[in-house]
Design a protein around this ligand. Structure first.
Ligand code: URA
Length: 475
């Protein structure tokens, strides 16, 4: 029997190093005892690591590393051995990573998915309470993750709350940010974290305002916001009352629906939408098909209007149709659209539940021989086309609107913004919806460096995943 001793339950580098050594030495998966520093030591005798056979160097597909980095954070004690078994098989047959029916790959995939979900829950359900310490205001949160995700999630909180001083306490590990340095300390207990404070009152008011009784789906709510997180969520204290009053409030909403204000808040979104929304949307699309508000219609095949369910909680806005969209008459069906589909799938967002549209609805391009080369729309074109976008938003009242890239962000926010400075945090829009700005998928198609591309893609997936969770939670 061989032994691998890892520095911690999330020690991917340690696992990788040991796994590589054992695999090069031809060791079977059943021949290794994986231990984590601090665990009870095994009483079995161990052999010295084997020498590499025939040099032994090998490489595995990037997809394996991606899945292994997540799966290693699972609390399943078998994860190290399962990953090692998969590593050995993938080394001998790299195509295995494509075989979604393979039981071992499926099992490891399920571990990775559970971890990603947990990472997400932490991002969505951590709630800070403000306390005073010797350095001034500090925001402290208590969270109980299912898996060993705290260290892996730290970067997200550092980026999101870079200018705050904060601590996240968990049973296994606590992380602290002082505005410059991230530090760790041993696990804590719930009683180490402060209870409610005024920040919570504001949050509760916000939650009560966005809670929509007409869209109450208790089962979906429980699956997205499991009861175990409720005790740490200030707004969860409101849920029983809000649910109990939902029917009455829904009746009140229906009774008041014929007189919507011009720009209602998120809370009365459904009441504000016309009852004949499908007819209104079709009429709007028909008008847009004949649009001559700017010269772009002259060279385009057709207007490419938005598409998707009219009650979609989430709207995505792109820049403008490309060559293929112009011919097909549908948004995001070309290369950027196909990439977007893959990214959405990874982020566990069903495109069929999204309304997808563009800031500019005609294809702006320049002809070079037979090719039509994309040209970025300019401010007058974006402004002219806001006529349609504003009406789509007014009609559909999505809860969350995501601008993909600078043109979409400019159209949505009516000002020029930098993606890097604007992304990562929600913006309250005039419509009452929550706005997000992120990259356009075609940016990923242009990044030349593979490592950076993978990094940017992962960040994009995570952003969309978080937005998807929020959309489900509030719709
Ligand atoms: N890029 C966009 O912004 N929109 C599309 O519809 C296609 C590509």
């Amino acid at each position: 029997m061989y032994r691998a001793l890892l520095n911690g339950p999330d020690d991917f580098d340690g696992w990788r190093e040991a796994a590589r050594r054992f695999a090069m030495g031809g060791v079977e998966a059943t021949g290794i005892d994986w231990q984590v520093e601090g665990d009870e030591a095994s009483l079995l005798p161990f052999e010295a690591p084997p020498p590499p056979i025939n040099g032994g160097a090998f490489s595995v597909p990037r997809a394996f590393i991606a899945v292994a980095e997540s799966a290693i954070l699972h609390h399943d004690r078998e994860r190290f051995a399962l990953l090692y078994a998969l590593l050995v098989r993938v080394r001998d047959n790299p195509a295995l990573m494509e075989d979604r029916a393979d039981p071992l790959l499926r099992r490891v995939d399920m571990l990775a998915k559970a971890v990603r979900r947990d990472i997400h829950k932490m991002r969505a359900f951590v709630r800070f309470r403000e306390v005073e310490d010797e350095g001034g205001a500090r925001f402290v949160a208590w969270f109980e993750p299912e898996h060993h995700i705290v260290r892996a999630n730290a970067g997200f909180f550092v980026r999101r709350f870079a200018s705050m001083r904060w601590s996240i306490l968990t049973p296994e590990l606590c992380i602290h940010w002082d505005g410059e340095i991230l530090t760790e300390s041993a696990g804590a207990t719930r009683s180490d974290a402060p209870d409610g404070d005024p920040v919570e009152d504001a949050w509760k008011r916000y939650y009560a305002a966005i809670f929509n009784p007409a869209r109450l789906k208790q089962r979906a709510m429980l699956s997205e916001m499991p009861r175990k997180y409720w005790r740490n969520l200030p707004e969860a204290a409101l849920i029983p009352d809000l649910v109990a009053g939902a029917q009455a409030r829904e009746a009140a909403m229906i009774a008041t629906s014929p007189k919507p204000p011009a720009r209602p808040s998120g809370a009365n979104r459904d009441a504000s939408r016309p009852s004949n929304i499908a007819a209104s949307w079709s009429a709007l699309k028909e008008q847009a098909m004949a649009c001559t508000r700017c010269p772009l219609y002259q060279d385009a095949t057709q207007t490419v209007f938005g598409e998707g369910p009219l009650d979609a909680p989430l709207m995505l806005i792109g820049e403008q149709p490309g060559d293929q969209e112009d011919l097909a008459g549908r948004p995001f069906v070309g290369p950027a659209g196909q990439l977007l589909d893959r990214v959405l799938e990874e982020a566990e967002i069903d495109r069929g539940r999204l309304y997808v549209t563009n800031a500019v609805k005609h294809f702006k391009h320049e002809r070079r021989g037979k090719r039509r080369i994309h040209q970025t729309p300019e401010t007058p074109e974006i402004q002219a086309c806001r006529w349609w976008l504003d009406q789509e938003i007014d009609l559909l009242r999505p809860r969350i609107i995501v601008a993909l890239g600078v043109t979409a962000a400019r159209a949505l926010l009516s000002k020029a913004v930098t993606i890097s400075r604007t992304r990562g945090a929600p913006i309250v829009l005039e419509s009452g919806a929550e706005g997000w700005v992120t990259i356009h998928p075609s940016f990923l198609l242009r990044v030349p460096d593979e490592a950076r591309k993978a990094q940017e893609r992962a960040r994009f997936v995570e952003e969309l995943r978080e937005i998807g969770v929020r959309a489900k939670a509030i719709s």
